[in-house]
Design a protein around this ligand. Structure first.
Ligand SMILES: O=c1ccn([C@@H]2O[C@H](COP(=O)(O)O)[C@@H](O)[C@H]2O)c(=O)[nH]1
Length: 282
């Protein structure tokens, strides 16, 4: 029987806490780790991340762009990382932010969500800004293969506000573009017993939330935590009672502790402890 992504994520969060750590092999980090900015350096960086982080976090999030920047060899390193992390029992969210017209979306879904595809982790990030409905081929394949998606709603970058906070009116009234994304995701999660498979991306460093997440019944990935300025206090302030479904994600602020495996683990354990001391509230 296929277990749902929501069930697997929920179990991982209960066992290890809600932290997601990003694997973002920036050239500056490779250099800081004493590695060359080439395929050999990338391979070593990815292998160290799996050794240090698999088993420590609820979700590991490789940033596809930083692997793609190395060409086909870089994509092969990403494929290996996905396989190794999953074999080590850690859920993998491939941060590729895909979104296109339906026919092309089907091909992205084959790549990132189909069983047996080397780029398929447990979930992928999607952009709904060609229209939420254009994501349907990916949603359908995710359902069939027990995988998940995280749809961009209100991103952590300041430029996101100009599009995502814009108000639009329809038969349901006036809402922001981001709230419409939230509501569309919520509809897909209705009836999920634990956590739905359709998650959202909402910045953990925003000045204010301006979103009603109360009906989502799904996970919220919160980037912007760490290097982009977001703190545990910000998570509490922004998400309040929705905090139990929120996975803060941090890349550079954790990875700067490498390449020492023990130091990386210590950084992650420190963050997990800090998050555990931040119960949901208003
Ligand atoms: O709104 C978004 C969506 C995705 N990201 C990605 O998360 C990491 C953040 O890296 P840090 O080093 O922790 O800042 C990166 O891969 C982004 O592409 C985001 O930051 N904001």
């Amino acid at each position: 029987m296929i277990t749902t992504f929501g069930d697997r994520l929920s179990a991982a969060m209960a066992a290890r806490g809600p932290l997601c750590v990003g694997v973002d092999p920036h050239p500056a980090l490779l250099t800081a780790w004493g590695l060359s900015d080439d395929l050999a350096g990338l391979r070593s960086f990815a292998a160290t991340c799996v050794t240090a982080l698999a088993g420590e976090v609820a979700l590991l999030k490789p940033q596809s762009a930083l692997f793609e920047a190395h060409g086909s060899g870089g994509v092969a390193v990403l494929e290996r990382l996905i396989a190794d992390a999953r074999a080590a029992g850690t859920l993998v969210l491939v941060d590729a932010k895909r979104g296109d017209i339906g026919s092309t979306m089907t091909a992205y879904a084959r790549a990132y969500l189909t069983e047996g595809s080397p780029l398929a982790g447990d979930a992928v990030t999607l952009s709904p800004y060609l229209g939420f409905g254009s994501l349907e081929p990916a949603l359908e394949i995710a359902r069939a293969t027990g995988r998940g998606v995280f749809v961009l709603a209100r991103t952590s970058n300041p430029e996101g506000a100009s599009v995502q906070d814009a108000l639009v009116s329809d038969e349901k009234g006036t809402r922001s573009v981001a709230q419409r994304v939230v509501d569309a995701a919520a509809q897909l999660n209705v009836g999920a017993p634990r956590l739905g498979d359709v998650g959202l991306v909402v910045g953990g460093n925003l000045p204010s939330l301006k979103l009603d997440l109360s009906g989502l019944n799904g996970p919220v990935l919160a980037p912007g935590f760490g290097a982009q300025g977001g703190t545990v206090a910000d998570l509490r302030r922004l998400f309040g009672p929705a905090l139990p479904g929120v996975l803060p994600t941090s890349s550079r602020d954790v990875l700067r502790h490498g390449p020492d495996v023990a130091a990386l683990r210590q950084a992650v354990r420190g963050l997990r402890a800090e998050l555990a001391s931040a119960p949901a509230g208003g």
